[in-house]
Ligand binder design. Structure first.
Ligand code: PMP
Length: 415
C-alpha cells in the first residue's frame, strides 16, 4: 500500500460492527462494498438504537402530553443537538430535519428562492454538481425567470476558480456548490468560495452530502449561509437529512411545506407560522431516522472524523496505484491527495455497466452510470463512468479485489 502519514485505523475492528459486511454473495464471494458515495452501511449500534426506540420509546414527537411522547421528543431533540455540535452550528434552531440533502436544497429553492429571486437575477452553480443541487435551481429559473450560470472545471477536475470573479456580478444572489464532488472526489475550497460569494453580495449554499461523512464540516469556519446533507451517507438510516441555515435567513423565509407542527395558530382565514425549527418541519418528522442519525454521529466521533478522512485518502491513493497497474484505466478528477474517498474511472473499450456487472460476479459493489451528474459527464466527454467509493470499514485487500475484478473484466472482453 502506498505510504502516507495517516494515523492507524483498524478497519477490520470496525467491520465487526457492520453485520452486512460479512455477507457472502453468489455462493462464495464475500461482499466488497465500494459504493459508499451512494450510501453507507449501518453499524450495529445504529440498528440497535432504532430497534430500542421502536420497542420502548416510540411515540409522535412534540404533541403528546404523555410519557412516551416525552421520551421520543427528548431523543429527537438530543439528535438535533448532536447534529448541531457535529457541524458546529451556533444554534439548535438552525438545524432543520429534512428528508435528505435533496429535500434540504429544495426547501431553500422553494422558500428562499421564490421569495427573493426574480427575472434577471443569477444563481451560480458548478459543472460538478449533483442533480440535487442543479435541478431545483433550474426549476426556480423556470418559475422566476432567473438565470443559472456555471463555474467551469479544469481538465484536472478542479473548479476553475480563476473564472469566479468574472462570473460573480451584482445580479448573483446565490452561489450553490458542492464541498466534495460525488463523481470526481474533488475537495473544493469551501471557505474561499463562500468568501468570494459574500464579497459579491451573494449568499452561499454548500452541498455537504459527500463531505459530511468525510472529515470536518464546520459551518462557522465555512461561514456558509445554508448547508445541506443526508444521514444515509454517514451511517444513519435513510429518510433523514439536514438543512443548516443562518437563523437570520431562516427567520425571514416563508415556510415551505404546510401542515401540522409548523404553525403557531390556524384560523379560518389563515395561519401564523411556528418559530424555528418547527416552521420548516411540517408533519410528522423522520423521528426514528433522526435519532439513528444521532447514534451514527456518536459512532463517527468515537472513531474521529479526521482519522476517517485520512484513512479514506490512503485507500484512494492505493486505488490509484493498483488500478494504474491494471492498465487501460482512465481516471477522472484530481490526484488522490485532493480526493475524499471517491475514484471514478472508465476501463478502455468496456462499457461502465459491463464493468460493474462483472465486478458484481466477484462480490465487488461499485456504481456505474452518470451518478446523477449528467452535465459533468458531458464535460468529461463520456456518457457513463464507474465509481468506487471508500469508507473507514474498507480494507486494502478490498481495493486489491477491485483491481482483480477489473483484470477479469479485461479478460472477458479480451482487452
Ligand atoms: N449532493 C451530492 C453531492 C450527492 O452525492 C447526493 C447523493 N448522491 C446528493 C446531493 C443527494 O442526496 P440524497 O439523495 O440523499 O438527497
Amino acid at each position: 500500500m502506498a505510504s502516507t502519514d495517516a494515523p492507524p485505523l483498524d478497519a477490520n475492528r470496525y467491520r465487526q460492527d457492520f453485520p452486512i459486511l460479512s455477507s457472502v454473495l453468489h455462493g462464495d464471494q464475500p461482499l466488497v462494498y465500494l459504493d459508499n458515495a451512494a450510501t453507507t452501511q449501518r453499524p450495529r449500534c445504529v440498528i440497535e438504537k432504532i430497534v430500542e426506540v421502536y420497542e420502548r420509546q416510540y411515540a409522535n414527537v412534540h404533541r403528546g402530553i404523555h410519557w412516551l411522547s416525552d421520551q421520543s421528543t427528548d431523543l429527537f431533540e438530543e439528535a438535533r443537538e448532536k447534529t448541531r455540535r457535529f457541524i458546529n452550528a451556533p444554534l439548535r434552531e438552525e438545524v432543520i430535519f429534512t428528508t435528505g440533502a435533496t429535500g434540504a436544497i429544495n426547501l431553500v429553492a422553494r422558500s428562499w428562492g421564490d421569495a427573493n429571486l426574480q427575472a434577471g437575477d443569477e444563481i451560480l452553480v458548478t459543472e460538478m454538481e449533483h442533480h440535487s443541487n442543479l435541478v431545483p435551481w433550474h426549476q426556480l429559473a423556470e418559475r422566476s425567470g432567473c438565470r443559472v450560470k456555471f463555474i467551469p472545471i479544469t481538465d484536472e477536475g478542479r473548479l476553475d476558480l480563476e473564472q469566479l470573479p468574472a462570473l460573480l456580478t451584482e445580479k448573483t444572489k446565490l452561489v450553490a456548490f458542492t464541498a466534495v464532488s460525488n463523481v470526481l472526489g474533488t475537495i473544493n475550497p469551501v471557505v474561499e468560495i463562500v468568501e468570494q460569494a459574500h464579497q459579491a453580495g451573494a449568499l452561499a449554499l454548500v452541498d455537504a452530502a459527500q463531505s459530511a461523512p468525510h472529515g470536518r464540516n464546520d459551518v462557522q469556519a465555512w461561514n456558509a449561509d445554508f448547508v445541506a446533507f443526508s444521514g444515509h451517507k454517514m451511517l444513519a438510516p435513510s429518510g433523514v437529512g439536514i438543512l443548516y441555515g443562518r437563523a437570520s435567513l431562516l427567520d425571514a423565509m416563508p415556510p415551505f411545506l404546510g401542515g401540522g407542527s409548523m404553525i403557531h395558530r390556524v384560523t379560518m382565514d389563515g395561519f401564523e407560522p411556528a418559530e424555528l425549527p418547527a416552521k420548516f418541519e411540517a408533519g410528522t418528522p423522520p423521528i426514528v431516522s433522526a435519532i439513528g442519525l444521532g447514534a451514527a454521529i456518536d459512532y463517527l466521533e468515537d472513531i474521529g472524523v479526521d482519522n476517517i478522512h485520512h484513512y479514506a485518502q490512503m485507500l484512494t491513493q492505493q486505488a490509484h496505484d493498483v488500478l494504474e497497474e491494471v492498465g487501460g484505466v482512465r481516471f477522472f478528477g484530481p490526484p488522490p491527495a485532493e480526493k475524499a474517498g471517491i475514484v471514478s474511472f472508465t476501463l478502455e473499450g468496456i462499457h461502465a455497466h459491463d464493468v460493474a456487472q462483472i465486478l458484481d460476479q466477484y462480490g465487488v459493489a461499485i456504481r456505474a452510470g452518470h451518478h446523477c451528474a449528467m452535465p459533468l459527464h458531458k464535460r468529461l466527454g463520456v456518457a457513463a463512468s464507474n465509481r468506487a467509493s471508500f469508507y473507514f470499514y474498507n480494507t486494502p485487500e478490498e481495493i486489491d479485489a477491485l483491481a482483480d475484478g477489473l483484470r477479469a473484466a479485461k479478460r472477458v472482453f479480451r482487452r
